[in-house]
Ligand binder design. Structure first.
Ligand code: ADP
Ligand code: MG
Length: 701
């Protein structure tokens, strides 16, 4: 498209002028020609279809009917006048009602004239009525209302008062699009249009504003959504290609002694198919000489640890060191312990570095890292400090990536040149569509299969009024030697009310479960981390049977003997979070339970959420439902929602289009990485001129 024209003020569009242009800018932020072209209707009404009265839908849809008015009556209801007309076709009657401004109706209605009415239905029992319908003589309808779909533009009262009506929008946009017929250029290649059966751009823009038919409207929407997602995905692919070209990575070609020995003699169980698949994917990355940047998602308990361990062994076999980063000290300790156990038969030096390591020991750790003696470093943020230097770091693993920011990941990159391979692991599965639009430049591996013999956690929903029976059940479990989590929501760390709930809850639990028979720990975000760890450890060491806490235990903690998770005010948690919490239990071989406590009256949405938790145990499926219930912005937190704002496309419902857009962007760059082939000129041209895609230009210029 020609940018000069597109960036012109709408003031110069035929029929607008300075006053209205100012108004449109103030009210709807429409400033340039491009703004107006992109100002699509937010819904459509069908003026091609006529209903018979006896076939009217029994809901509140907008309908159009031809018929005659038999009577016009002014009535008074509670001192207020209204006008009531009986409107008939040959199948029945509709009441037309005006509450105000009906003098002209009263005066001009003729009882033998044919009218077309249009408006929103109401039903009183079996009697349909329409308030304030649009009413036109058949004649005037035929002259003025095109029988087709009409787009409805969002507007404001002020605009309407100033004469910027729906009709006005249609007129200026119709004129504008006519005058731009030769300026609105195709921006996809013929190949892509053809392969994905897309209509051409100009036609799509015309038909999204002024659809000739339902089919053309769908075709236009599809085409424009595709375009939107295509350039989004093309951006990811271009940036990924650049990273791959620029960032050489270490090549790990050998499969050496450590991995072989571990595999033959120390592997405690048969790997699941998905674990094998993921290890293979990572090994392929290791072999191709590029820096790996991979996200590994797998439900809680799916066995990510062993995968990370085995790929670290590959690094060691190729002469490199590895580190694994955990978000909390407790988690780092757990990783350290399990890795030490798994590798106890091998001669590999492993160190643990956290905030509480004493200065003296720290020095030794630093020394052994630098000399290369230590092969695996497990730790918290402490690893990131500049003073921590490796001899030859080849692989960094980040557990529970959503607790780490991009800046922290970048610090890991700087620990060696070229940057070490990076594997981020998360137990919060992200729906594929979301992952594609958020982390489009990361490679993604998934473990969907759980290790065999896992007993699914039984999930039940209990209302507050049944609390006593829940307590009885807990007592029962504790008597059998089990341990129990009791979690309170803490949506906002600073909310006083939440803390009050937590402390009240704690007190009532201590009352219900008195010492010395029962011991209760409490952990929350306002405690010092030393105290937190102390209380946590009492629970881990079975000194206490009940752990009352806020969601601080959400991440990673492993206490196989804990078999019950009680979640208070479960209606206040999102699905992903509930699932994370539930994942804390069911880690041993015993039957385990998740109890969702809620208030007695639940909203529709909360009920769906709770029921979904009761019925679905697969984290990937839950993530999909969560996405549908909450939308991408809420699910990922507001920080990321901006990235996901598409004008037309909806990553929940348009996943097929998204898949195709991604695939076509990939195929395009495979065959023409810098977009220099003639057939791809439209795409190149779009990138060089359009303000939306301008940031891609640096990749291909
Ligand atoms: P997560 O993915 O949550 O980090 P872990 O790696 O902690 O899961 O594994 C959870 C449990 O499952 C551990 O006790 C681990 O030993 C066990 N496990 C992992 N893989 C397998 C397997 N293939 N077969 C049997 N048990 C396994
Ligand atoms: Mg884990």
């Amino acid at each position: 498209m020609n940018n000069d024209i597109l960036n012109q003020s709408i003031e110069f569009i035929k029929g607008i002028g300075p006053a209205r242009s100012k108004l449109l800018s103030e009210e709807l932020n429409l400033k340039t020609v491009k703004d107006l072209i992109d100002f699509y209707p937010y819904r459509y009404i069908d003026r091609s279809r006529f209903f018979k009265i006896n076939e009217l839908p029994k809901n509140q849809s907008e309908v159009q009917i031809v018929g005659k008015i038999k009577s016009v009556k002014r009535t008074k209801v509670r001192f207020r006048n209204r006008l009531n007309c009986e409107f008939y076709d040959d199948t029945g009657k509709v009441d037309l009602i005006w509450y105000r401004g009906f003098n002209w109706v009263e005066e001009s209605i003729k009882t033998n004239e044919e009218y077309v009415i249009y408006g929103k239905l109401s039903w009183f029992g079996n009697n349909p009525s329409i308030a304030h319908p649009e009413i036109k003589t058949k004649d005037s309808f035929n002259r003025n209302i095109p029988r087709r779909l009409h787009g409805i533009y969002s507007s404001t009262e002020k605009l309407v008062n100033e004469g910027v009506t729906q009709k006005y929008f249609v007129k200026i946009i119709y004129n504008l699009l006519n005058s731009l017929q030769n300026q609105i250029k195709e921006n996809l290649s013929y190949n892509i249009l053809n392969k994905y059966n897309l209509i051409d751009r100009y036609k799509a823009i015309v038909n999204i504003h002024l659809p000739e038919s339902q089919e053309l409207l769908s075709g236009s929407t599809k085409r424009l959504k595709f375009e939107e997602l295509f350039f989004n995905q093309l951006g990811f692919q271009l940036s990924k290609n650049e990273r791959i070209q620029k960032l050489n990575g270490f090549k790990f070609e050998k499969v050496g002694d450590h991995l072989n020995e571990f595999y033959k003699n120390n592997l405690p169980f048969e790997l699941t198919g998905d674990q094998k698949k993921v290890i293979k994917e990572i090994r392929n990355d290791f072999r191709d000489g590029k820096q790996m940047n991979r996200l590994l998602q797998g439900d809680v308990g799916s066995g990510k640890t062993i995968v990370s361990l085995m790929v670290m062994l590959i690094a060691i076999d190729n002469g490199f060191q590895s580190c694994i980063l955990a978000p909390t000290e407790i988690l780092a300790n757990q990783h350290f312990k399990s890795i030490m156990e798994l590798l106890s038969e091998l001669d590999v030096k492993i160190d643990l570095l956290t905030g509480s390591v004493k200065a003296k020991d720290r020095k030794l750790i630093h020394r052994d890292l630098l000399s290369g003696k230590t092969k695996i470093l497990v730790g918290t943020h402490a690893i990131l400090e500049d003073i921590v230097q490796f001899k030859n770091l080849g692989l960094s693993i980040v557990d529970e990536q959503h607790r780490f920011g991009v800046a922290q990941r970048a610090k890991l990159w700087k620990k060696n040149t070229p940057a070490p391979h990076v594997l981020v692991m998360t137990a919060t599965p992200i729906p594929r569509t979301l992952a594609m639009s958020l982390y489009g430049d990361l490679d993604i591996s998934s473990i969907k299969e759980l290790p065999p013999g896992r007993i699914t956690t039984k999930t039940v929903h209990k209302y507050d009024k049944n609390r006593l029976s829940v307590f009885k059940f807990l007592r029962d479990q504790i008597t059998r030697g089990r341990q129990v989590y009791l979690v309170y929501p803490l949506i906002n760390e600073s909310e006083k009310l939440d803390y009050k709930d937590l402390m009240d809850g704690y007190e009532s639990i201590v009352r219900e479960f008195p010492r010395p028979d029962f011991q209760v720990s409490i952990v929350h975000g306002k405690m010092k981390s030393k105290d937190k760890d102390f209380e946590m450890n009492r629970f881990i060491n079975k000194e206490t049977q009940i752990l009352v806490s806020t969601t601080v235990i959400e991440v990673g903690v492993n206490v196989p003997n804990a078999s019950v998770m009680v979640i208070e005010s479960a209606e206040r948690f999102g699905l992903s979070q509930l699932h994370q919490l539930r994942g804390r239990v069911g880690r041993g071989n015993e039957e385990s339970y998740c109890v969702l406590m809620t208030k007695d009256k639940l909203s529709e949405e909360s009920k769906i959420r709770v029921d979904t938790m009761v019925n679905v145990s697969d984290g990937f499926k839950l993530a999909e439902v969560d996405l549908k219930l909450r939308g991408p912005g809420d699910m990922m937190g507001t920080r990321q929602s901006g990235v996901l704002k598409f004008k037309l496309a909806d990553i929940i419902y348009d996943s097929e289009i998204l898949n195709n857009a991604r695939k076509s962007a990939y195929e395009l760059l495979e065959s023409d990485p810098r977009l220099i082939k003639k057939e791809n000129y439209p795409i190149r041209h779009e990138i060089s001129t359009s303000s939306n895609s301008k940031n891609l230009w640096r990749y291909i210029s």
